[in-house]
Design a protein around this ligand. Structure first.
Ligand code: 13P
Length: 252
């Protein structure tokens, strides 16, 4: 079902005690003033996931991972399996982030495998897509985003696809302080919903949650989230401070 979601992607930040403190503060602030129709997801680094699921078990915050192995289990040194995430109550997992595509050469084929393994373990993939600046300047951004989505997701049947959350994150907006304008975000989100509708039908498309990510903060969240096809945000830097993150949640 289409949901409003604000998800924090902490990336590779925070020590254990800082993570403890941040989750505690977010929980405290949210409990005071929680917009009930917005789902809050916090995605800390692997070593803090169990702490995060423990600290949030009595509130409405859900916990997500930032990566998962494409293998079930076995001799894959350094990897973390979907079943392990499930066993500590992780509910979401970010997949296809541009940083993983760029620094870890993640291909659409690998992402398709990761999506499959997450769905098999009943974890919701937050699938990221988004173009580079030269691709937008060449007016190729719709093609790029369409290819990222179709290559990694179009093998799913509609029951499986209904479980996916999408995040449009233009790479030129990530960590730059230059967010997509509300018009640019709406245009791309409507395009994405359109291709989903063509493939899976209007009902599935209307029920798909599509988040915006890239320099989203408490100052621009309201106008970004006001768009009919923007269902929330995937927040990087601004999710690292409890007050700022909660202000973004309250922007709906
Ligand atoms: P920033 O909010 O820091 O631009 O990062 C966005 C992002 O990459 C979230 O996944």
């Amino acid at each position: 079902m289409r949901k409003k979601i604000v998800a924090g992607n902490w990336k590779m930040n925070k020590t254990f005690s800082e993570a403890d403190d941040l989750i505690f503060k977010i929980s405290e602030l949210i409990n005071e003033n929680y917009p009930m129709d917005v789902m809050v997801v916090v995605c800390p680094p692997f070593p803090y996931l169990e702490l995060a699921t423990d600290l949030t078990q009595d509130n409405d915050i859900s916990i997500g991972a930032q990566n998962v192995s494409n293998h079930d289990s076995g001799a894959y040194t350094g990897e973390v399996a979907a079943a392990m995430l499930k066993s500590i109550d992780v509910e979401y997992c970010i997949i296809g982030h541009s940083e993983r595509r760029k620094y870890f050469n993640e291909s659409s084929k690998l992402l398709a495998e990761k999506v499959n393994i997450l769905l098999k373990n009943d974890i919701i993939p937050i699938f990221c897509c988004g173009e580079l600046l030269p691709e937008r300047e060449a007016n190729n951004h719709f093609n790029i985003v369409e290819k990222q989505i179709t290559d990694a997701l179009w093998h799913l049947d509609s029951e499986q696809f209904k479980k996916i959350v999408l995040a449009y994150e233009p790479v030129w907006a990530i960590g730059t302080g230059v967010n997509a304008t509300p018009e640019q975000a709406q245009e791309m989100h409507a395009f994405i919903r359109g291709i989903i509708s063509t493939k899976y039908g209007t009902e599935v498309a209307e029920n798909t949650t599509i988040l915006y990510g890239g320099s989203c903060n408490s100052k621009n969240a309201k106008e970004l989230f006001a768009n009919p096809d923007v269902d929330g945000g995937l927040i990087g830097g601004a999710s690292l401070k409890a007050e700022e993150f909660v202000k973004i949640i309250e922007s709906f």
